[in-house]
Write a protein that binds this ligand. Structure first.
Ligand SMILES: C[S@@+](CC[C@H](N)C(=O)[O-])C[C@H]1O[C@@H](n2cnc3c(N)ncnc32)[C@H](O)[C@@H]1O
Length: 259
């Protein structure tokens, strides 16, 4: 049987291409990403101090660029890496750890199937806001983790779904999309804050053209959890001007931990 990550839906919705895009951007921007990756790793290493956490689930593990894998494997009894798909190199890399397992699943709580099923449902938009029908279900992570780390995933959950819908179903309205983004993000945060956890997420994108004109775009549509520890930094995400053609793109990143 095909794994979740091998499904046609996953490929057709652009998730595999998006992962390849992350790696390509990393290879181009490696020096600019150093601080962001280091800050993320350090924040994670400092998490759960004095708490009894045995099994940690990492949500949005991808290429593990921002994850101190070896240190976490030494520190915790078990680590589950969760993503829509695990690149073959990561499957290979993690084989040697006997306390790391991988799971492929939709961490948006079913948003992928929901948007996939809407790709041809164009007529219904004349009579109702169809995105309001989304009823997310908690993703199932085997082995009952004691804590979650949401790893540069939160705004990716809605962006990838909405980009797909915009391409496939042009009748969805701006207001409806905003509500959907909020619902997806809120659901993720409600789910992960049921346990001790940590969230690392882009919260704002700034694009800057060569004339020095800049534009800011918020990426978060709901309130972030109350933190017991938090920090923020700027990520020099794309200084080559490829993500937004001709513009440098930087992200404001927030990292939070809660009990
Ligand atoms: C920006 S990356 C995070 C960086 C990642 N830790 C790395 O080093 O590649 C976001 C990750 O979330 C995953 N992702 C996005 N939407 C998802 C979803 N609905 N379910 C599961 N994973 C998802 C992507 O496949 C990607 O690997």
């Amino acid at each position: 049987m095909k794994s979740f990550g091998e499904k046609k839906m996953v490929r057709k919705m652009g998730f595999i291409a998006d992962q390849a895009g992350i790696m390509n951007r990393y290879l181009r921007e490696r020096d600019h990403w150093k601080t962001h990756l280091q800050n993320t790793k350090q924040f994670i290493l400092d998490c759960f101090d004095g708490k009894k956490i045995r099994h940690l689930a990492i949500l949005g593990s991808g290429w593990l660029l921002d994850l101190p894998l070896k240190e976490l494997s030494d520190k915790y009894d078990h680590i589950t890496l969760a993503d829509v798909c695990h690149p073959a190199q990561i499957v290979k890399k993690t084989e040697k750890y006997n306390n790391i397992s991988l799971i492929e699943t939709d961490l948006s709580g079913g948003g992928m199937e929901f948007c996939w099923s809407l790709r041809k449902a164009k007529g219904e938009h004349f009579s109702k806001y169809i995105l309001e029908d989304f009823e997310p279900q908690k993703p199932k992570i085997p082995g009952k983790p004691d804590a979650y780390i949401s790893l540069n995933l939160l705004n990716q959950l809605d962006i990838l779904l909405v980009d797909y819908l915009k391409k496939k179903n042009g009748r969805i309205t701006g207001g409806e999309i905003k509500k959907f983004r909020k619902a997806v993000q809120e659901f993720h945060l409600d789910w992960i804050t049921e346990k001790p956890g940590c969230l690392i997420t882009d919260v704002q994108e700034t694009i800057l053209n060569s004339d020095g004109d800049s534009e800011e775009k918020k990426l978060i549509y709901t309130d972030l959890p109350k933190a017991t520890r938090s920090t923020e930094w700027t990520w020099d995400f794309d200084l080559s001007g490829i993500y937004h053609e001709g513009y440098e793109t930087r992200m404001k990143v927030q990292a939070l931990e809660w009990d």
